[in-house]
Design a protein around this ligand. Structure first.
Ligand code: FAM
Length: 456
């Protein structure tokens, strides 16, 4: 990472000085809006601006921006697969870490760096054994969180901290080392877990050191074409290429969603206790495993399959609308719709939809994908009339599951584990910056019912 480190080192002094000045001279300045109210203390802290997060911001109407860049701009400017306008997750990682668009050479350098750390897709012996000893049908997210936590056995940060050999100003360097190691291990981890839940844990594909991170996620899941796949995945060469690009798209756009979502905030919070990146991100994964967060993608597939089985004509808005009403009246949510911050269609959903629209021939006979594409024309009106949710539009999870399923990833439980690969990129980049800035341990004040009652 010589270039990555030197680019970071060039940026650090100025950034550190800016933060120090803010803290020292303007610490008393009030943040406009986001006042803390009884409603917010009891209501999941919505709107309270209280987390420092640099790499992404979430606008309620425009959605996610990566250092100010929209998904479209990332697709235009970040190096990747030119044939599909699809950037490599490594170029996204570079952007998240440095705030700058990498050159093709810098992206390739980061690809080599991660591949070098991946040890040809071999996991450390203790992690491999640990996974072998977990039941094959244990939820993939539980397996992933356990495996990621076990990687802390080799943490450079934890070792250096224990030995007292690292200066506080340099904590970020071993945090970066650990973060890159963690990210590089994820393809092998999810490949192994995918094999455990689909067969017996033996390798499904081979690591390819000349390819990018997303390709290797696909390859170790046995989903690529040619020599890298060890099982018969029934995909044509074009389909496996499309699957790799779907993975690049998915992992690129799920990388980060500012700091307040459960997985990002948990990583940041646990990291603030100076827990190493493996432990911090393992905690983030446990939050991602909740049905209101990352697990929603799995719920969406179940919901679309059920709806397909229940209604006669999936192109009839009336029948779809009736089905949605039956769901709502039994107090169930419409999965893949609504958001805590967004108040518009999620541009990440839009990007996945465009992926499907560009391949209309491929998807024309897939009833679940067709329903996913029709639903945004019906569900928002139903949710508006229902009148409860603040955002009646599709979120990212609406599309991803059925697209993965189309190519043969039929183990719905596994979809959140792919999310877990992607989400590592943002929160771990932020963790490096948390160490650069020397942010303190998080310790907000809690209040009991009596203290709140006294206020009114
Ligand atoms: N269907 C039915 N009701 C919904 C709804 C939906 N899709 N979304 C929100 N509501 C209800 C919600 O349950 C709440 O009802 P109560 O007052 O009875 O508790 C009311 O509308 C107000 O909720 P809100 O303020 O609009 O949303 P929240 O900020 O509380 O919650 C979500 C946000 C995402 C948890 C919520 O919209 C939801 O449950 N959506 C379905 C699950 C889902 O798609 N999650 C994925 C989110 C995704 F972006 C991610 O994190 N991966």
């Amino acid at each position: 990472t010589s270039t990555l480190r030197s680019v970071l080192k060039e940026t650090i002094p100025e950034r550190r000085e800016q933060l120090l000045k803010l803290k020292k001279f303007h610490g008393q300045v009030k943040i406009p809006a986001g006042d803390i109210t009884i409603g917010s203390v009891l209501g999941g802290m919505r709107g309270n601006k209280s987390i420092f997060w640099q790499s992404t911001t979430l606008d309620p109407m425009d959605g996610i921006k990566f250092h100010g860049m929209t998904i479209k701009q990332c697709q235009e400017q970040l190096p990747g697969d030119a044939n599909d306008h699809q950037f490599y997750p490594e170029s996204m990682l570079w952007l998240l870490l440095t705030g700058k668009v990498p050159t093709v050479e810098q992206t390739n350098e980061l690809i080599s760096e991660l591949n070098g750390r991946a040890e040809n897709g071999r996991l450390p012996e203790c992690t491999e054994k640990l996974l072998d000893n977990l039941p094959n049908n244990m939820h993939p997210m539980t397996q992933l969180a356990i495996a990621v936590a076990s990687l802390n056995y080799g943490s450079q940060f934890a070792k250096g901290y224990q030995a007292g050999t690292i200066n506080k100003l340099n904590y970020w360097e071993s945090t970066l080392e650990d973060s890159l190691t963690l990210i590089s291990r994820l393809p092998a981890l999810v490949g192994k877990i995918y094999s455990k839940i689909t067969q017996d844990g033996s390798p499904l594909g081979q690591f390819n050191s000349s390819k990018d991170w997303s390709y290797n996620i696909c390859s170790l899941m046995g989903m690529t074409a040619g020599g890298d796949s060890l099982n018969n995945n029934n995909l044509s060469p074009q389909q496996s290429q499309d699957f790799v690009n779907l993975m690049r798209l998915y992992t690129g756009i799920h990388a980060d969603h500012e700091g307040g979502n459960v997985s990002a905030h948990t990583t940041h919070l646990v990291g603030s206790a100076l827990s190493d990146p493996f432990l911090s991100y393992s905690s983030g994964l446990m939050g991602l495993a909740g049905p209101l967060h990352g697990l929603a993608a799995q719920e969406v597939v179940r919901f679309l399959v059920e709806m397909n089985g229940s209604i006669k004509n999936v192109n009839d808005p009336k029948q779809i609308s009736e089905y949605l009403w039956s769901l709502l009246s039994s107090n169930r949510v419409i999965p893949g719709y609504g958001h805590a911050v967004l108040r518009n269609t999620d541009p990440r959903f839009q990007a996945m939809l465009e992926f499907a629209e560009r391949r209309s021939d491929e998807f024309k006979d897939d009833a679940n994908v067709q329903l996913m594409m029709t639903l945004p024309k019906v569900a928002p009106a139903v949710l508006k009339e229902h009148g409860k949710c603040k955002n009646p539009y599709p979120n990212v999870d609406s599309a991803s599951g059925v697209l993965f399923q189309h190519y043969g990833v039929t183990q719905l439980l596994f979809i959140t584990a792919i999310f877990g690969c992607s989400r590592a990129l943002g929160p771990l980049s932020q963790l490096v910056w948390d160490r650069i800035y020397g942010l303190p341990i998080e310790r907000p004040k809690s209040m009991d019912l009596e203290a709140l009652q006294k206020l009114v």
